[in-house]
Design a protein. Structure first.
Length: 265
């Protein structure tokens, strides 16, 4: 049979998928899912960096953190707070996290035998990027269970975000152990993920891929250390406020320059 005839489609004007060596046509879905995993991971990584800057506003003072919290509630646009706006953002982040986790789990070891084989290869190769991938797997697995209690709390109680409210939750509400573990898991997972994205798609590597990868790894660790230090300083600030405010749990912070009536929800 003529090769062009073998590839022709019975419907005029259409072409059948090219079959190599007589086998079935290759699906494009694995590539599409890989791209979706990269894009969702990029969005989550950038969001977490932005989130760290927002919550660390407490280091500039209680008023600064109050302003950031109220900005997300639309206070400076509508003239009053709409905490439901925060719930919409949290819901979107939760949905994106579920999607990203579903796509990433395709590459996890699916059995004990696969896990043992990977462990042997990792120890034998002693390859830095392979170890980073394993760090990403472990922290990603932990985040799937640790992130959702926090997201659910924010989804159901979006108005409970503020200098006193957040500090009381951490100290008197005893959420601090969860947040401390989350801090390390998020920064390690996100930093490794963004580094691997840059390597995978050839971002910022220049004409020398090997030298570019070394620069990316240095940048990755610098950013990880920066955000961990910033996160720990922020963590300590909230604990200090929570400790000092432990006898007045439930009090809502209001800046001196804002009338109480203006913050009515």
């Amino acid at each position: 049979m003529n090769s062009s005839a073998a590839r022709s489609h019975p419907v005029a004007g259409l072409r059948a998928p090219v079959r190599e060596c007589g086998g079935p046509a290759k699906s494009r879905w694995p590539a599409r899912m890989d791209l979706a995993q990269s894009l969702s991971g990029l969005a989550l990584g950038l969001f977490m960096w932005g989130h760290m800057f927002f919550v660390s506003s407490i280091l500039l003072g209680k008023d600064a953190m109050w302003v950031v919290a109220k900005a997300f509630e639309g206070y400076f646009i509508f003239g009053r707070s709409f905490p439901l706006l925060v719930s919409f953002v949290v819901g979107g982040v939760a949905a994106l996290l579920v999607l990203h986790a579903f796509l990433a789990m395709r590459k996890f070891p699916a059995s004990w035998r696969q896990y043992a084989t990977f462990g042997e290869h990792r120890r034998m190769l002693a390859h830095g990027d392979t170890t980073l991938w394993w760090v990403q797997v472990v922290t990603g697995f932990a985040l799937f269970f640790l992130a959702f209690p926090h997201l659910f709390q924010m989804l159901m109680h979006p108005a409970a975000i503020g200098p006193y409210e957040s500090a009381d939750r951490m100290f008197s509400g005893r959420w601090w152990p969860l947040y401390l573990v989350l801090l390390f898991c998020v920064e390690l997972h996100g930093g490794v993920g963004l580094y691997r994205l840059a390597v995978k798609w050839g971002w910022l590597q220049g004409s020398d891929p090997a030298a570019g990868r070394r620069r990316l790894k240095t940048l990755k660790w610098a950013l990880t250390v920066f955000f961990l230090v910033l996160g720990l300083a922020t963590f300590a600030a909230y604990l200090k406020i929570g400790y000092e405010h432990r006898d007045r749990v439930g009090e809502v912070y209001t800046p001196a320059w804002v009338k109480p009536a203006e913050t009515a929800r």
